[in-house]
Write a protein that binds this ligand. Structure first.
Ligand SMILES: *Cc1c(COP(=O)(O)O)cnc(C)c1O
Length: 242
């Protein structure tokens, strides 16, 4: 069997076990393939294995892969740092959800463009739950306020929250990140903000998806464990300079 196909199987098994352990319905948790640096031929192998959801970090990569993936039905989320000058492309290439909305200025510009194109967009608010400077995301203490402001922009549909857990071997610290995201979700739900839904928690990656599922993840984002090691370090994707 192709290694991508067998890797997907083992990830699906890990997801199912984690669901069983925490008494969750496996249908509540979606697998998003984090396809940064992965070529279209390998993404196609994953689609043929039944996967349908990918997440990209760079607009340039979305452009490069668009033609090759055009004829295969799939859903595409944006999970990277989004520069405002790339918003047009996000719409052009049919991204259905921006999971990495982390600042009002970006939300406003996205809203303006969506108004102009008479479209709407699902968004998640990205929260920096680990307080690491290398990671994007709104600070946990500012997340509710950002949700309130974004909610006023009626082309944007807030559907949940996203976080990248702390880069640490200590599972306790990781779990704290995921618990924090879950608590922020509860806080936002309690606020009862019009135009805000909070069903999604996008958290957990190759190394920590079990903990994330136990803490309530509805989307786990997996790259390395399916497609193998990347040639670029994650800092290449997660830093402001890019
Ligand atoms: C790369 C990436 C992932 C996947 O990470 P892996 O450790 O390769 O599974 C998840 N989320 C984001 C935002 C990413 O950039």
């Amino acid at each position: 069997m192709n290694s991508i196909v067998s890797n997907i199987r083992s990830i699906r098994e890990r997801m199912e076990k984690a669901c069983a352990k925490s008494g969750r319905d496996p249908n509540e948790v979606r697998l998003l393939l984090a396809t940064k640096t992965v070529g279209p031929e390998n993404i196609k192998i994953a689609f043929q294995a039944g996967e349908t959801l990918i997440g990209e970090n760079k607009v340039q990569e979305i452009k490069e892969k668009a033609d090759s993936l055009m004829n295969i039905p799939h859903e595409k989320h944006f999970i990277g740092h989004l520069q405002t000058n790339k918003i047009k492309d996000i719409l052009k290439y049919n991204v259905s959800c921006v999971q990495s909305l982390d600042r009002l200025d970006l939300a406003q510009k996205l809203h303006q463009r969506l108004l102009f194109e008479q479209k709407t967009m699902n968004v998640f608010i990205q929260v920096n739950t680990s307080a690491e400077k290398s990671k994007f995301g709104i600070g946990p203490q500012d997340a509710v306020a950002l949700a309130r402001q974004v909610a006023k922009l009626d082309t944007l549909r807030i559907r949940g929250l996203m976080t990248i857990g702390i880069f640490s071997a200590e599972t306790g610290k990781l779990r704290e990140c995921f618990k924090l995201l879950k608590n922020i979700r509860q806080e936002i739900i309690r606020e009862n903000i019009p135009n805000v839904e909070m069903q999604e928690l996008s958290m957990g990656m190759s190394g920590d998806l079990e903990i994330a599922i136990e803490e309530g993840a509805t989307i786990v984002r997996v790259g390395t464990a399916i497609f193998g090691k990347r040639i670029y370090p994650d800092s290449y994707y997660w830093n402001e300079q890019q």
